[in-house]
Every structure is written in structure tokens, then in C-alpha cells.
Write a protein that binds this ligand. Sequence first.
Ligand code: PGA
Length: 256
Amino acid sequence: MTTRRPIIAGNWKMNLGVAEGVALASEIRNRCSRFRDIDVVVAPAATSLYPVAQRLADSPIGVAAQNCHAEDKGAFTGELSPVQLADVGCRYVIVGHSERRALFGETDEGVGKKARALHDHGLIPIVCVGESLAEREAGETLDVVLRQLDAGLAGLQPDEIVRTVVAYEPVWAIGTGRTATPAQAQDVHAALRKRIAELASPAVADKVRLQYGGSVKPDNIAALMAQPDIDGALVGGASLTADSFARIVAYENKDA
Ligand code: PGA
């Protein structure tokens, strides 16, 4: 089995001004740059992408946007293209976050187009999938997440799937303080990896990094990361202070 490099990303959502974002990025840089065996990513609001990317430019910490449009340019008022996001220093873009699916009409097919466009410009998509509470209770979890996965990866070649990050975020665990148990998360991650093996190959599936997201905190990250198919986390609320985010990144280092 491949040893997958862990990846922890902080999704700041619609929080923090420029000065606050740059200050948080500086603290995260100070606290996290010494961890060399893990990829650390922050996803500021669009207004802070450029200054945060500048502040992190010569550090190992990557910058992600929280959304993009699939076209390179044109008459799409209010949107940002992968070209523009690469231009301001982004290396990653989160696509298909459940808030975008639920509140902004993002479709499975649209997420796939964005993932395709991001690879066209050398950016790494973080493709989010996840079921609602009603879907889980109806026993539809795997149907939902596998459908979202299929669509998200539909336009990608195997070498692009290898570079793509997939984040499993059960909607009922986001911002609720209710984390999936490590076993619940592992079950879904294992199913996602099996599907990637079918879509591409077992070798590809073995390399793809799968994040868990939904109320990840310093005190639950280690048990999640101990699961064989959980390779990282997408962190919302607990990424807004350097201390909690750094403690999540340092999950293996009790003295951090
Ligand atoms: P949360 O958000 O950690 O605040 O639950 C996770 C996310 O939405 O990515």
C-alpha cells in the first residue's frame, strides 16, 4: 500500500477581513511550517486570497479558493475563474462544498466541470461529497456520495484523479459539533476508495487522498486520522484560530 501524504485544509468560509486573514496565515505559518510530512492548506475568503498567498509565498503552506467558475473568462458577473485564482497564488480550489450545493444550487455535473477546468490550469480540486441527515437515515449515504463522486471525477484522466483530493463531509456533521464516528467516516471513505478503483484503477485509488470534514477539532482528529482510509481533514470552525488549527495539524505530536 502507498503511504499517502496527509493533507489538512482550513476552510475559513465567509469569515475574516484582510488584516485578520493575513494575521491568521502568519500565525499558522509560524506554528505549522515545521511539520514537513503533511500538506497544510488554508482557504480564505476571495478578498483575502492574494494577500494571504503573498504572506505564505515562500512557505510550504498552500492556499485554496472556496469555489470557482468552470470557464476561463467572460461575462459571468461575480465569478472567479481558475485562471484568475492561479494568478493570485492559489494551488487548490474547494468545489462542491455542501453549502454551495444546498444554498447556491451547485449540481453534481457542475462540480465535475469545475474539477476538469481546475486540472486544465494546474490547480488541485478538493471535491466535496456528503449526505444530509435525511439521506443517512433513509440508508442512502453511499448512493449519494458515490453519485457525487462519479460526477465530480467524470471528466478526469487517471493521473488527474491521483492529484485530486476528495473530502467526505456528512452535512449533518458540518458546524454542528456532531462528528461522524471514526468508524462511520472510515466506512464511507473505504467505499469512495473502492469506487475510485473501479473508475480508474486500484493503483490510482491507493494514491488518492481522502479528507474527512465535519466538526473536526484538536481532540477528535487523531482518532479520525488513525483510520486506514482517512488521509486528512477539511476543517471549518476550528481553522479560524491558529491554536486549534495548529493542534489539528500537529495531531501526531502531543507536545505541539
Ligand atoms: P466545520 O466545517 O469544521 O465547522 O464543521 C467543515 C466544513 O464545512 O468544511
